[in-house]
Write a protein that binds this ligand. Structure first.
Ligand SMILES: Nc1ncnc2c1ncn2[C@@H]1O[C@H](COP(=O)(O)OP(=O)(O)OP(=O)(O)O)[C@@H](O)[C@H]1O
Ligand SMILES: [Mg+2]
Length: 226
């Protein structure tokens, strides 16, 4: 059997704040994400969901534990190796969209390619179309609704065809109908492209629409394996 796309073994993380006892956030997280799978992770506010995603995205270091990418340990990876991996292999979607305010819709979507110095196939315009923003391609983020901004962020996350999408409360700033539409679009686009998705949320309903949730509580991850 081939190795999972992403595997986490016994991950620990605590924060040491001056003059206070260490705050233990993650205490032995184990996780396997097969290629092509969408997996929601649910947990209350402060449970450590964002911390976990930051560590998995190489944005923060764990205290101990191991992360494997396609069976390869990332233990010896330095910052530049992580940066190369992030650029090629991962797309991020954040709660607050994180679009560049001075860039148009089109420029925001094309930005990862520009930063990576790779030419984009014409097919990036299909992405623009799929997220329903073709007519707004010259607009700035401030001229868009929250749902529209998040659709642009979804297109941007997928533009370099990364194998993994990490989404942190991607519908947390959106209300009812808009949240559902963005979530359905994200999951549909990830599935169609046979990518993998890890989505963290405090909202059980959101998690249930993505797949069988894992739950993070007391620093550990529990849930049914599908
Ligand atoms: N850099 C930091 N220094 C100190 N404590 C931190 C730091 N980052 C996060 N924490 C603490 O770690 C805990 C987990 O934070 P985290 O942001 O991962 O939670 P979360 O599950 O994403 O919550 P939410 O649903 O509110 O986004 C919180 O108690 C938070 O205060
Ligand atoms: Mg969070």
């Amino acid at each position: 059997m081939s190795a999972p796309l992403l595997e986490v073994r016994d991950l620990h993380k605590s924060y040491q704040l001056k003059g206070r006892p260490a705050l233990e956030i993650l205490h032995g997280i184990d996780l396997q994400l097969p290629a092509g799978e969408c997996r929601p992770i649910c947990g209350r506010s402060g449970a450590g969901k964002s911390t976990l995603l930051h560590i998995l995205g190489g944005l923060e270091n764990p205290d101990r534990g191991e992360i494997l990418w396609k069976g390869e340990s990332t233990r010896g990876w330095d910052r530049s190796r992580w940066a190369i991996w992030r650029r090629k292999a991962v797309g991020f979607v954040f709660q607050s969209y994180h679009l560049i305010p001075e860039l148009t819709v089109e420029e925001n979507i094309r930005l990862p390619a520009m930063l990576a110095g790779v030419p984009l196939e014409e097919s990036w315009e299909d992405l623009l179309d799929e997220v329903g923003m073709t007519l707004r391609r010259d607009h700035l983020p401030a001229e868009l609704s929250g749902g529209e901004q998040q659709r642009v962020a979804v297109a941007r996350a997928l533009v370099l065809e990364p194998e993994l999408i990490l989404a942190d409360e991607p519908t947390g700033n959106l209300d009812g109908a808009s949240a559902s539409a963005v979530l359905d679009l994200l999951v549909k686009m990830v599935r169609q492209r046979q990518k993998s998705l890890l989505l963290v949320t405090h909202d059980e309903t959101v998690a249930g629409r993505v797949g069988t949730p894992l739950r993070i509580a007391d620093g550990r991850l529990a849930g049914n394996r599908s």
